[in-house]
Design a binder for this molecule. Structure first.
Ligand code: SF4
Length: 153
């Protein structure tokens, strides 16, 4: 990996290792969510493949086959994925913002982000335990989606 690549390169310039290292492993994008035209609602309920304790996908290589609603992030789609959490490193880099000090690339590991409660491990529930009709009882966050035009201002 190139030295401090996250400060110097755009998403499209990253190699595969750098791209993967950029993910902080928070697991927030692995929570169930409802995306409406003007808002996103995030539920504290994990995708069936998420290892909640580790906040890691249990089958990252085949996740798209196993969970059709999962997404493979790319430099082309990150700008369109308004539902990515505000702390997501891909989202931050796309908007030209610095990584937070707890990011594993800066902190040297995931301890700091765990202590700060950034990972979903301490609150996410397995989807098997929450019937779909009860999802709305587990809202953890809801935010308005701002149009891309106004984000550039
Ligand atoms: S929200 Fe972003 S940084 Fe967090 S696990 Fe998902 S892709 Fe990685």
């Amino acid at each position: 990996m190139r030295e401090r690549f996250w400060e110097r390169l755009s998403l499209g310039e990253l190699n595969k290792r750098e791209w993967e290292a950029l993910c902080d492993g928070c697991g927030q994008c692995c929570l169930l969510r409802e995306v409406e035209p003007n808002a996103v609602t995030v539920f504290g309920v994990a995708c069936e493949l998420l290892d909640i304790e580790a906040a890691r996908c249990r089958d990252y290589a085949r996740r798209l086959e196993k969970v059709p609603s999962c997404h493979r992030l790319t430099p082309a789609n990150v700008p369109r994925y308004d539902w990515l959490p505000k702390t997501c490193a891909y989202r931050l880099l796309h908007h030209g913002k610095p990584l937070p000090s707890w990011h594993p690339l800066l902190a040297g590991g995931r301890d700091k982000m765990r202590k700060k409660g950034i990972t979903v491990s301490h609150y996410a529930l397995p989807c098997e335990e929450v019937p779909r009709r009860h999802l709305k009882r587990h809202v953890v966050e809801r935010w308005p989606l701002v149009s891309r035009a106004s984000q550039k201002k």
